[in-house]
Every structure is written in C-alpha cells, then in structure tokens.
Design a protein around this ligand. Structure first.
Ligand code: PLP
Length: 348
C-alpha cells in the first residue's frame, strides 16, 4: 500500500508550521466592532490584490457565494450561471433556500459567450418571466476541469450584462490559479464585476476563510447578509492571519500545482482506460472519464479501489472522476498516484 496521496481537493492541505506561527501570534480584537487588526489588514490586502474598494472576510466560499446572491438579487429573480457551477451543484440548494432565486444555465463546459448571455436574459417588468438580475462567472471553473476563462469572451459577456442592467458576480474561489495560469494580474481578471469571491482555503493553503470584494457600498450591504447567515465572527484574526500568510507566500507557487496537474494528466493517459481532454488541464484540476469497456470499473468502484490503495480522488459522475493538486502533494506523489489509478482503471 502506497502512503496516502490525497487528490480529492485543494481544500485538504494542512497549515504549515510557519502559518501556524502567524496564527498563534496574530493580534486580534472583536471583528463585529471592526476592531480585529488582523482581519482589517487581510481585507485591505485583498482589496488591493483584487483592485476593489473594499473586501469582507467570511468563513467559507459557499457562504461568500450565498452572501453575494443576497446582496445582488431579490427573491424570484433569475440568475444566469455557467453549466455545472458550484452555486447550482455543490451548495445543497442554498441559492433557492436563502436568496429565493432560480438559476438558468448557459454555455458549455463552464464557459459562455456574449450571445449566450443575450439570448438567456429574461426581461424585467414582463407579466410572466422572472427578471434576470445577475450574471455569474466561475473562474477557474471547477467541474470544467479548472479551466481559465478567455479574457475577451468574458469582457464581451460582461458588457452585454451591463447593457441589460444585470449585476455581475465572479465566483473566483480559484481566481488566483486563473491569474497565475494566464500570467495576468488578479485585478485584471476581476475588473468589471460588481462582486468577487476568492477562497483562502484552497490552493492558498489556509485552514479556513474566503473573501468577498467589491465597492464599499456593496460590501456594507454584504455585512448585513453575512450576519444573517451567521458568518460574522469575533476574534477571527487568528484565521485571517493564516490568510495574510498565504497571500504573502503561496500565490506564486500555484504554478507548481499546475505543473503537477499536467504531469498527472499525462501519466493517466499512458494507458487506454482513461480519457481526458488535455486542453482543459490549465490549472490544478484534472477531470477524467473511465472508458466504457468490459473490465474498466465505473467511477464509484474506481474511487473505492484507489482508496484501498491509498490514493484519494472524488467521483464527479457515473464514469467521471476529479483529481486536484495542491501544496501538500509533490510531483512524485502525483506520479505514484497516477500509477495506482492506471492500474485500477485497467482492472489490476
Ligand atoms: C468554484 C467554487 N466556489 C465555491 C466553493 C466553496 O468553497 P467552500 O468549500 O469554502 O465553501 C468551491 C469549493 O470547492 C468552489 O470550487
């Protein structure tokens, strides 16, 4: 049995000693009075990084998405989302339960263009249509295999949204992966969005935390919905300090995760039991398919057999599996993981 190689998600990383030290020595105060210096510092750092007026610290990316929905929509509104978005598939129906919105999926494979937006918008003030009030983008797109959205396509889609009075939200849980992979500054990828979410507990390696960034006016409104969701914390500086540490040390190194994902994908393709589109392997996520052939297990069996051999991955569909690289898995770990996965796919 191989030592455990955990490729389920980039959320599984453990805080390194230096990060723990930053947390242990963080200056703290009551954040609900705005008195936590570590939270205030992190919020300032993130608004500079993402090019916004303000930013707000939240416990999770899911809450960040939910607070963004509450801030930018009203119950009964229609929200345009990419196919297979986190908001629709991974938040246990929270958008409907909390914000009372409905989702309309547009485009293919996690991306869409200006025409997709134009044709999907339902008019305001119509007798029967639900008004479309928000366009959501997910960059990188998780279930699309960590793809980075093309800047020009995105810009045109945002222009159509704005012309039609829609607000815009970037679920940028992994927007720094997108920035590193495309060589563009993060603030360029967030430009034109009303609100942006960004995770600290994925590739950046913090144990918890996520940011919502945008104009001062929207962030003040978001404060209320964070409180409503139960996400207003007190001496949260202990967590925020991990976020600041991660911003200072773990952004550039995301490139290593991207290289490892590519290496993993190349190795998975050495056999003929696994199919994947290498053009989607742009960041730290590898989504692949087990071919439909006698002897090749389905995804549930595959995941279980890999687990028995110490390699952890997630099932994404009946024959679809996701593996994610991160700072706690090395190139050698990826090679060893791919070897086990190839053997399991081959029925060995
Ligand atoms: C695109 C995207 N948005 C939001 C989230 C939610 O983050 P959290 O797990 O912190 O709730 C995730 C988590 O995987 C994600 O992939």
């Amino acid at each position: 049995m191989t030592a455990r190689i955990d490729l389920r998600s980039d959320t599984v990383t453990l805080p390194a000693p230096a990060m723990r030290h930053a947390m242990a020595t963080a200056e703290v105060g009551d954040d609900q009075y705005g008195e936590d210096p570590s939270v205030n510092r992190l919020q300032e750092e993130v608004s500079v990084l993402l090019g916004t007026e303000a930013a707000l610290f939240l416990p999770t990316g899911t809450m960040t998405n939910q607070v963004a929905l509450r801030t930018l929509t009203r119950p009964g509104d229609d929200v345009l989302v990419p196919t297979e978005s986190h908001l629709v598939l991974h938040e246990t129906g929270a958008g409907a339960a909390n914000a009372g919105v409905q989702f309309s999926e547009i485009g293919h494979g996690g991306t869409f263009d200006a025409d997709d937006v134009r044709t999907a918008i339902k008019p305001r003030g119509h007798l029967v249509y639900p008004p479309t009030s928000l366009l959501v983008v997910e960059n990188t797109h998780n279930r699309g295999g960590g793809i980075v959205l093309v800047a020009d396509t995105l810009r045109d889609a945002l222009t159509v949204a704005r012309e039609n009075g829609l607000a815009t939200y970037l679920d940028g849980a992994r927007v720094l992966n997108a920035a590193i992979a495309s060589g563009r500054p993060p603030a360029e990828l967030t430009r034109g969005f009303d609100l942006v979410g960004m995770s600290l507990s994925k590739g950046l390696g913090a144990p918890a935390g996520s940011m919502l960034a945008g104009s001062s006016e929207l962030i003040i409104r978001a404060h209320r919905y964070r409180r409503m969701a139960g996400g207003a914390m007190r001496q949260a500086g202990i967590l925020a300090a991990a976020g600041s540490y991660a911003l200072a040390h773990n952004i550039e190194r995301l490139a290593e995760d991207h290289d490892n994902a590519r290496l993993l994908a190349d190795d998975l393709l050495l056999g003929d039991d696994i199919e994947l589109d290498l053009s989607t392997v742009q960041t730290n996520i590898v989504v692949f398919r087990l071919v439909e052939r006698r002897g090749v297990p389905d995804a549930a069996t595959f995941v279980e057999r890999c687990r028995e051999r110490g390699v952890l991955v997630n099932q994404f569909g009946p024959r679809v599996v996701r593996a994610v690289t991160h700072l706690d898995v090395s190139a050698d770990g990826c090679r060893a993981g791919a070897k086990v996965m190839r053997a399991v796919a081959d029925g060995r």
